[in-house]
Write a protein that binds this ligand. Structure first.
Ligand code: SF4
Length: 426
């Protein structure tokens, strides 16, 4: 399947089916590893591969597995398949198209850490993803890939698919545990971390869907060969590009290459304006950042982040004030209300944006936005509240003139430019 790891599975329209997955070599890696490797060697291989969590935090996966106390009698694997970040769709696509790949990754993770019970948390709206996953779990049990004595070894694993009601905060790992235990999804204080006190108070590994889907390839190719591929990552690309979709490229691919070579560039006659490189919680990048490598450290150096690697691309038809207003509105709606900076800060910001967008803004509002944003930074209980300041601050820094135009004129310069009749060149 070439040098791409996940995309070949996504491009097939039959890989959700066990027979097709087996014909393509599926579960062979798990069979070999369970029969020939020691759990500690599997953890060491994943550490050497450089695999980092693909859900947003980017924590090294092997190190996370190694944190779990070896002698704990009960421990759990929880797969975070909630994926509620706006414009991020890779995990749902993996669940729809390659649920057995996830199950194979889960078997390997559970073997490495000594886990016998796993939960996959998916949201209700992902109807096809849930149905395909449930079908794959049933097939895997029937085939001896899940349940007792997997592949004839002494390894056992039970998998439960849990459907969440749909709340952005449920994607935060401790809020997800609360939800799994039957309570309202609100984050827990850390420490203790889930690796020590997680689901039902037991040590718990929480991994994202895409993260686990990489594990079979790491063990099949070997960690060094896998690392030499980039390492590879799935980028969700949406917004004003000609070919939105999923692209599997090495980490470090420049934003310019992703947009203009792979995603087909912008719509005819349009100029690049800005992009969120890691979902709506990452700081906006501008034209000056087009050559920044899409990787953890380079993006951190320019004040942004990779997050879930979902690129939201905006051309010059986008009004930045309106874009950030919608982002703030989203986080306001999804705030769980537990802590004041997020609960009150997002509402206050939304009220200021309401004024700006309806021609009632005043210049002092720009300082007020910055003041509220500064008050939220580092003060929120969980990452949801901390998601608002980066893009807001970047918009005030790079597109202040758009805010000022709204305030001075009560109108939107982008809308006016788009509405203006084009003058034919004489
Ligand atoms: S930051 Fe927001 S979502 Fe997180 S705990 Fe506080 S109120 Fe809830």
């Amino acid at each position: 399947m070439g040098e791409r790891i996940l995309l070949p599975w996504l491009e097939r329209d039959d890989a959700f089916d066990l027979e097709a997955y087996l014909r393509a070599g599926g579960y062979e890696t798990a069979r070999t590893v369970l029969r020939t490797m020691a759990p500690a060697d599997v953890i060491a291989a994943v550490e050497r591969s450089g695999l980092r969590g693909k859900g947003g935090a980017g924590f090294p996966t092997g190190r996370k597995w190694a944190f779990i106390p070896k002698d704990a009698p009960v421990k759990y694997l929880v797969v975070n398949g909630d994926e509620a970040e706006p414009c991020t769709f890779k995990d749902h696509r993996l669940l729809e198209r390659a649920p057995h790949l996830l199950l194979e990754g889960m078997v390997l993770a559970a073997f490495a850490v000594g886990i016998r019970k796993a939960y996959v948390y998916v949201r209700r709206e992902g109807y096809l993803a849930r149905r395909r996953l449930e079908q794959a779990v049933a097939e895997a049990y029937a085939h001896g890939v899940l349940g007792r004595r997997i592949f004839g070894t002494d390894v056992d694993l039970d998998v439960v698919v849990h459907t969440g009601a749909g709340a952005y905060i449920a994607g935060e790992e401790t809020a997800l545990l609360e939800s799994l235990e039957g309570r309202r999804a609100m984050p827990r204080a850390r420490p203790p971390y889930p690796a020590v006190v997680g689901l039902y108070g037991q040590p718990t590994v929480i991994n994202n869907v895409e993260t686990l889907c990489h594990v079979p390839a790491i063990l099949r190719l070997g960690p060094e060969a896998y690392a030499r591929l980039g390492p590879p990552a799935l980028f969700s690309v949406s917004g004003h590009v000609r070919r939105p979709g999923l692209y599997e490229l090495p980490l470090g691919t420049p934003l310019r290459e992703l947009i203009f070579e792979h995603a087909g560039g912008l719509r005819p006659g349009r100029r690049f304006k800005a992009a969120f490189p890691g979902g709506s919680s990452s700081a906006l990048l501008t034209e000056a950042h087009l050559d920044v490598p899409l990787d953890y450290e380079p993006l951190r150096q320019v004040g942004s982040m990779l997050g879930s690697a979902s690129q939201i691309v905006l051309d010059d038809s986008a009004c930045i004030v309106r874009v950030i207003a919608r982002t703030v509105e989203f986080y306001m709606e999804e705030s769980c209300g537990k802590c004041t900076p997020c609960r009150e800060g997002t509402v206050w910001l939304a009220q200021v944006f309401e004024r700006l967008l309806h021609g009632r803004g005043r210049m002092a509002d720009l300082d007020l936005l910055q003041h509220i944003s500064d008050g939220m930074t580092g003060a929120c209980f969980c990452p949801l509240g901390e998601s608002v300041p980066p893009s807001l601050n970047a918009s005030l820094r790079h597109f202040r003139h758009e805010y000022e135009y709204h305030i001075r004129t009560g109108r939107c310069d982008v809308e006016e430019r788009l509405a203006a009749p084009r003058v034919a060149a004489s």
